[in-house]
Design a protein around this ligand. Structure first.
Ligand code: A2P
Length: 308
């Protein structure tokens, strides 16, 4: 990394405002983080991932989202360690993959993730997808509850859960006064997939949504090509109005909704641009107009059809 970028980083870190969200258990999570799926190519691990994480940390990122299935926990962990920052200054999320769901297999998967990360801690552990039969998800959740009680993780949550899945999981805990509720639901979320019902349900439950592919940049194999929010005429017009970029408009909109947002980039200029969106305020009219862009477009998988 060039020295001018280094100087810029120091300035950025002083001026940068990364909003934080407090989870139901009091744990604080930086509302803007780095999504690490498919840095390089999917399941790529090694120096490229490490370098990207190191660059992001220099730019001021403190929150990193990975998953066992991304195959890059080792590179992410190496990047975190290379920063020299104490773990308490970082926030790291990983997830149990579908094939590992179940009670014992989840505990084992968690150990494997720790080993890969080269760490003795994870801040947030998530169930990656709601698989069927749902009994397996319930067993997986019991394992997450145990990890949380044993303080192996600071927070637990789910990913890609619809309202239906959340209600089923809640029902399984009915009558159990020791049960732990998911503290976050990480889902695909952007103006072309403004999941209003899910957003309101999660808000009422005190469970923030964490937006993956907040730019609508996902590119799952087999997904049909749809127009992208980054190229939407309204998004471009607002970018001009605020003197910002389309990506910054999308990130700021999601943050305004109370979401945690984890755009992926491996380009230093874009990493910096995305982080700077934390300080951007949009008018309520403009936010409503962005929410009105919904088209129910997914660039990733549909949680109601998890067959992978
Ligand atoms: P790159 O890694 O080359 O920057 P999402 O997080 O919504 O899935 O989007 C990720 C995609 O969007 C990646 O292809 C990433 O490419 C691209 N991207 C990330 N940040 C920006 C930005 N600020 N402007 C335009 N494209 C971006």
């Amino acid at each position: 990394m060039s020295s001018s970028l280094n100087q810029g980083n120091r300035d950025n870190q002083e001026n940068r405002e990364i909003p934080k969200i407090t989870l139901t258990n009091g744990v604080e999570i930086p509302a803007l983080g780095l999504g690490t799926a498919a840095i390089g190519s999917f399941t790529e691990d090694g120096p490229r991932i490490q370098a990207c994480v190191e660059t992001a940390i220099e730019l001021g990122y403190r929150h990193f989202d990975t998953a066992a299935v991304y195959g890059n926990e080792a590179g992410v962990g190496a990047g975190l360690r290379a920063s020299g920052l104490p773990p308490e200054e970082l926030f790291v999320t990983t997830k149990v993959w579908n094939a590992e769901q179940g009670y014992d297999s989840t505990l084992k998967a968690f150990e494997n993730s720790l080993k890969a990360l080269g760490s003795d801690r994870v801040d947030l552990y998530l169930i990656h997808w709601p698989v069927e039969p749902f009994e397996r998800v319930i067993e997986t959740w019991r394992a997450l509850e145990r990890l949380y009680r044993e303080k192996a993780v600071r927070a637990v949550g789910v990913s890609n859960f619809t309202v239906r899945h959340l209600k089923k999981l809640a029902k399984a805990g009915d009558g159990d006064e020791n049960r732990i509720k998911p503290m976050i639901n990480q889902v695909e979320f952007h103006p072309y997939l403004y999941q209003e019902e899910l957003l309101h349900y999660c808000r009422a439950e005190g469970m923030p949504l964490e937006a993956w592919s907040p730019l609508g940049g996902g590119n799952w194999p087999g997904r049909k090509e749809n127009p992208r929010p980054l190229e939407d005429p309204l998004v471009i017009r607002l970018a001009e109005k605020y003197g910002k970029t389309p990506a910054q408009i999308l990130i700021a909109w999601s943050l305004h909704l109370g979401n945690i947002v984890i755009p992926k980039s491996e380009n230093p200029r874009r990493l910096e641009e995305n982080l700077a969106a934390g300080a951007l305020r949009l008018s309520s009219e403009d936010r409503e107009a962005l929410s009105g862009l919904n088209r129910n477009f997914r660039y990733g998988a549909d949680p109601d059809h998890v067959d992978f």
